[in-house]
Design a protein around this ligand. Structure first.
Ligand code: PLP
Length: 320
């Protein structure tokens, strides 16, 4: 099966589990930013982020292969998505989280029916634990981005966008491990090679920018960007070749730009989004991606932020 066929297949597998999210639009925001921009609203997706697209596809495949249990290593959006999908499909799930995981995130995983196991503070500790649990219990480990089923699942967002806005010129996508952008590139470049796709990374987590510059996977040290969904320290083995081959550009955004985009989107569109979800929009806001006159879609990848954190992030600039 070709890569685009895998995305189309994924769409069939996941259509009863996920939402088709809307494109949101605000005239007053367009005027403020001086750009024609719409937002692919994955913060309104089930479980609050696009991660459920890949998770639904991968867990469906695992179930089709006879698995009764899946595991994942993430206290964030991926862990929540895997727990939710497993419960929907009647599988059990074990989600391995760091010992310092926030109680709110752990509660969300449990509410979705996931069993929580604590292990260490780094993904280097958690991933082997999640893999060996899967092996011991006859289950399947579900990785967050570097897997063909995950990439194909995330690509369904790309199919939706080119259908929802046939005259789109540019799609801007946040880049962490690269699963989302690889999937979108696979879908969009197969069906609409004329549509540009640009990635956006926090300047504090520029592992993909560095890797593209050096033409090989390059790791950075641990990073503290507020965009916690983009703290991966290197692109994936499967995602990086796709990004290298198909991407039209990659831009870096500053922490303050992420916060400003969160604020503008909250004020003008009344949407509450998480820092990672604001990174592509921040690139457009800052004039780093997209030109005047282009029809732009910025992917809002997630909305999982609690009110105290949201308020805390916005506060300093308000005082200035
Ligand atoms: C995981 C995540 C990303 C990054 O996706 P990758 O596939 O790792 O590039 C971006 N935004 C949010 C909200 C996420 O949860």
């Amino acid at each position: 099966m070709s890569a685009i066929e895998e995305v189309e297949q994924a769409r069939k597998h996941i259509q009863d589990i996920i939402h088709q999210t809307p494109l949101l639009h605000s005239q007053s925001l367009e005027e403020k930013w001086g750009r024609r921009v719409s937002f692919k609203a994955e913060h309104l997706q089930k479980t609050g982020s696009f991660k459920i697209r890949g998770a639904a596809n991968a867990v469906t495949q695992a179930a089709a292969g006879g698995a009764r249990l899946v595991t994942a290593a993430s206290s964030g959006n991926h862990g929540q998505a895997v727990a939710y999908v497993a419960e929907e499909l009647g599988l059990s799930s074990v989600i391995v989280v760091p010992t310092d995981a926030s109680p709110a995130k752990v509660a969300a995983i449990k509410a979705y029916g996931g069993q929580v196991e604590y292990c260490g503070t780094t993904s280097a500790e958690r991933i082997p634990q999640a893999k060996s649990l899967a092996q011991e219990m006859g289950g399947v480990y579900i990785p967050p981005y570097d897997h063909p089923d995950i990439i194909a699942g995330q690509g369904t967002a790309g199919l939706e966008m080119i259908e929802q806005m046939p005259d789109v010129d540019l799609i801007v996508v946040p880049v962490g491990g690269g699963g989302l952008i690889s999937g979108i590139l696979t879908a969009v470049k197969a069906q609409r090679p004329d549509v540009l796709v640009i990635g956006a990374e926090p300047a504090l987590a520029k592992d993909t920018a560095l890797s593209l510059e050096r033409r090989e996977i390059t790791a950075i040290g641990p990073t503290e960007t507020i965009a916690d969904g983009l703290r991966t320290t290197q692109p994936g083995e499967l995602t990086f070749p796709i990004v290298s081959e198909l991407l039209d550009g990659l831009v870096l955004v500053e922490e303050q730009e992420i916060i400003e985009a969160m604020r503008d989107i909250a004020v003008r569109t009344k949407q509450l989004i998480e820092p990672s979800g604001a990174v592509a929009a921040a690139a457009v806001m800052a004039g780093k991606a997209g030109a005047q006159g282009q029809n732009i879609i910025a992917v809002i990848s997630g909305g999982n932020v609690d009110i105290p954190r949201f308020a805390g992030l916005l506060k300093p600039a308000e005082i200035e």
